[in-house]
Design a protein around this ligand. Structure first.
Ligand code: GFP
Length: 812
């Protein structure tokens, strides 16, 4: 730091004193370097982003100064994913600049919307977990929590999905190709991250780790403004580079590849989100990514703490750290390591400090997603961490033995010595956390009864629930301007900053004039969606049909397959009797399958193949269309969700931890067809039993069937519509006579059906036909839709963040 006396900049430099339009022009010429007459949309987008960013900086610095001055408790949210979506619209909306920007561009014959769409969508996430992290950033800044997000600046993010002959194709996403106008590179903020090598005890008995590999983590900061820009927080993303410089000697010998080897290896750490993990190299890379961003974040927050504190034992008083899933769970031994090895603290005390700061959110009970690392891999990459994990396990075992006589701690410990040895990251996170939370009431209950049963018994106060939420700014105000305006003109604008106000709409459900306006907005949104579908996949759909949408990661438990099978059964029924008065439907899917998840990719292929047959059959023209939109991301969701009549939330009960798409749809006036799973249970409580379509097995029934053994082939035989569809698929009806193509799906459904598609199929079919009937009575349907929107106030992420801040972080 320099010792200048300059505290406040001259008024004349305050960006707020310059009209936004002028600032845009200035940036266009002097920052982007383009003449207005040659500027393309992307240039205008860059200029507007920079002008808006300028307006955020003062608030950002004010927030930072205030946090330091008030010694506010800082909250660090560590997440492998931040699915932030485009930032410009969010920023101008939160900063109250939308009207000014619109006015300026229309004066110059340009359309703001088109300029907003020129911004690339940063694909730094995969699904709900990453989008939740992004909603939390918005809500922390809105509620006034001194929060900071820490993650990875993936050069390519998650892959870009396209279809080749109906198969998913993965290509690198290049969101950074034209630069990123939101971020501030901080070259001076850089931390070493070490791997490999060995650990020796020195003469004083201290453990000394001599790593074999060192990578540098460099910081990039993005300001995140809350509603009305009062509070501006930071998202700090880490980018990897080599600690070694270019080997000039080798380079000059003409060995160009060898000279850059270290750089290439280091940079691979932040290339892509979720590199394939079917190879040993891929798995090691994932582990290194986790260690990389976790260690950099912890080093950074300790550095910040020590700027105005001397005593590290006070860390838990000033700092709360939230681990989003097990990806950053290495934080437990890493924080202990930093305290012991770098700050000369004692082990037990260090562990207590770590346990006083760290908290862990669990997002799934699926064993495949509760990370486990082979002991051999941890030993090779992180020898010092392994020592510490062993010490933590010993401490934990002693604690358990002292508290519970005769209780065996082994099944709960982080290290599982069986089958070659594993480190169980869920157990490690639990043992090292002050609080562990689930993301819906049902999920939290199931956590207590299943994956963390033993740990819950020994630490009964540790698990608590924080049902997920969504930000009403992005997920209503920005994505659905028509509905947002209607709501504001009806009940005022308070709902944007405090969604509980939206309940003032409840009486309007009985008001025919309001319902008609509500319906008109929906129709406009459906037209916008229909145009999007036409431009993306060339399928023409009728905006007055029932738009039935399932958008999420493709996974067996989310049961896109059940939806697809029902669509095929509906096609058969319509074709058999086209004049039976069917409710026209458009079935829409979108979502990515993990690159090595073969069955999920086959499900995509099946839907695309079925779409080819159905959409080209004149018998069902005007009755049924099937659409799979490629490359689902936040921007696509912003068009899809406002245009939905029906929201598909049909996971196998007990498997969807919460869902947040379910909340976004309901808030935008779509009705839910769903199982009693995740947050559907709480949505039902809020919107009322009559305004949601619930069907299917419940979580305990699913568990009983899964454990007791079931005979799906018998169920299929007893369900004629399903039987017909399964026979068609296996006989090549959707695959040009190829009877092998979908064998994987058919065999799975008939022989195992772990996710209970067959027993739920009939109930799903029945409720869909009930929905057909109810949709025809548009007035009643709109009444239900209004009641959905009006009763979603509780699902604001602001409420969730207050819950975390009060119950977990003690930060409000
Ligand atoms: C995961 C869970 C969801 C949950 C989110 C956020 O998201 O049930 O709502 O995390 O907690 F599965 P996905 O990866 O499934 O999208």
């Amino acid at each position: 730091m320099t010792d200048t006396k300059l505290e406040k900049l001259p008024e004349s430099l305050d960006p707020k004193n310059v009209p936004l339009g002028e600032a845009v022009l200035r940036h266009l010429v002097y920052s982007v370097g383009k003449d207005a007459s040659h500027a393309v949309r992307r240039d205008w987008c860059a200029a507007l982003s920079l002008a808006v960013r300028d307006r955020m900086v003062d608030g950002w610095m004010d927030t930072t100064r205030r946090i330091y001055k008030e010694k506010a408790k800082r909250v660090y949210y560590l997440s492998m994913e931040f699915m932030i979506g485009r930032l410009l619209e969010d920023a101008i909306s939160n900063m109250g600049l939308t009207a000014e920007a619109k006015g300026f561009f229309s004066e110059h014959g340009l359309d703001l919307q088109e300029i907003l769409e020129a911004e690339p969508d940063p694909a730094l996430g995969n699904g709900g977990l990453g989008r939740l992290a992004a909603c939390f950033l918005d809500s922390m800044a809105t509620v006034g929590v001194a929060g900071m997000g820490y993650g990875i600046r993936y050069e390519h993010g998650i892959f870009r999905q396209s279809f080749q002959d109906g198969w998913q194709l993965e290509e690198p996403e290049d969101w950074l190709i034209f630069g990123n106008n939101w971020e501030f590179h901080r070259p001076e903020v850089s931390y070493p991250i070490s791997f490999g090598g060995s650990v020796q005890q020195d003469a004083q008995g201290k453990m000394v780790w001599t790593p074999s590999e060192r990578i540098l983590a460099g910081a990039f900061d993005t300001p995140i403004a809350g509603w009305q820009g009062k509070h501006v927080n930071t998202l700090r993303l880490w980018s990897a580079r080599s600690a070694e410089t270019l080997n000039l000697h080798q380079f000059n010998q003409g060995e160009f590849m060898a000279a850059s080897r270290q750089q290439v290896l280091a940079e691979s750490i932040t290339k892509v989100l979720y590199p394939g993990d079917h190879t040993a190299e891929g798995r090691e890379l994932r582990l290194k990514q986790e260690v990389f961003f976790t260690s950099a974040s912890l080093q950074d927050l300790l550095h910040r703490f020590l700027l105005d504190n001397k005593d590290l034992t006070a860390l838990p008083k000033h700092v709360a750290i939230q681990l989003n899933d097990t990806h950053p769970a290495i934080a437990v031994p890493e924080l202990v390591r930093l305290l012991v090895d770098e700050h000369d603290m004692e082990f037990v005390q260090s562990f207590e400090i770590a346990r006083g700061c760290l908290n862990y959110t669990n997002h799934t009970l699926l064993p495949e997603a509760l990370e486990k690392w082979p002991l051999e891999l941890i030993e090779r990459c992180l020898p010092r961490h392994l020592q510490i994990i062993r010490e933590i396990d010993n401490l934990f075992a002693a604690e358990i033995r002292a508290k519970f006589e005769g209780k065996d701690p082994a099944p709960m410990q982080a290290i599982d010595p069986h089958h070659g040895g594993w480190v169980r990251m869920g157990n490690l996170a639990f043992i090292g956390a002050k609080r562990v939370n689930g993301v819906s009431a049902l999920h939290t209950e199931l956590m207590k009864q299943t994956v963390f049963k033993d740990l819950h018994e020994v630490y009964p106060d540790r698990i608590l629930n924080q049902t997920n939420g969504i930000t009403p700014r992005r997920w209503l105000k920005e994505c659905n301007p028509g509905l947002a305006e209607l709501i504001t003109e009806t009940i005022g604008e308070d709902w944007v900053g405090d969604l509980s106000h939206i309940s003032e709409l409840v009486p309007y459900a009985e008001d025919k004039a309001f319902r008609d306006k509500f319906k008109a907005v929906k129709l406009e949104n459906k037209k916008r969606l229909a145009a999007y579908i036409q431009s993306e996949v060339g399928i023409k759909v009728d905006p007055t049909a029932l738009f039935d949408i399932q958008i999420k990661r493709i996974h067996e438990y989310k049961r896109q397959l059940m939806n697809a099978l029902e669509t095929m059964a509906l096609y058969n029924a319509m074709k058999a009797d086209p004049k039976a008065g069917w409710q026209p439907r458009v079935k829409i899917f979108a979502g990515k399958a993990a690159p090595s998840y073969t069955l999920a990719k086959l499900i995509i292929k099946l839907i695309n193949d079925a779409a080819k047959v159905i959409n080209n059959d004149p018998d069902v023209d005007g009755l049924l269309k099937l659409v799979f939109l490629p490359n689902y991301n936040v921007s696509a969701a912003e068009i899809l969700i406002p245009g939905a009549d029906l929201s598909e939330q049909i996971s196998t009960a007990g498997f969807e931890a919460s869902g947040t798409g379910n909340m976004k749809f309901a808030l935008n006036g779509a009705l839910t067809v769903g199982t009693l799973d995740g947050a559907n249970v709480e949505i039902k409580e809020h919107v009322g039993d009559d305004n949601i379509f619930i069907f299917g097995l419940e979580a305990d029934e699913v568990a009983a069937r899964q454990h007791g053994g079931c005979q799906p082939w018998v169920t299929v035989a007893e369900t004629p519509r399903l039987q017909e569809v399964v026979t068609q698929i296996s006989s090549g009806f959707y695959s040009n006579g190829d009877t092998e193509r979908f064998k994987g799906i058919v065999d799975n459904v008939l022989a195992h059906d772990y996710f209970q598609v067959t027993p739920d199929f009939q109930a799903y079919w029945d409720i869909q036909r009930k929905i057909d009937g109810e949709f025809k009575d548009q007035d009643t349907w709109q009444r239900m839709a209004v009641l959905n929107t009006a009763n979603m106030g509780w699902f604001s992420a602001d409420r969730t963040i207050r819950g975390y801040a009060n119950d977990i972080w003690k930060a409000l």
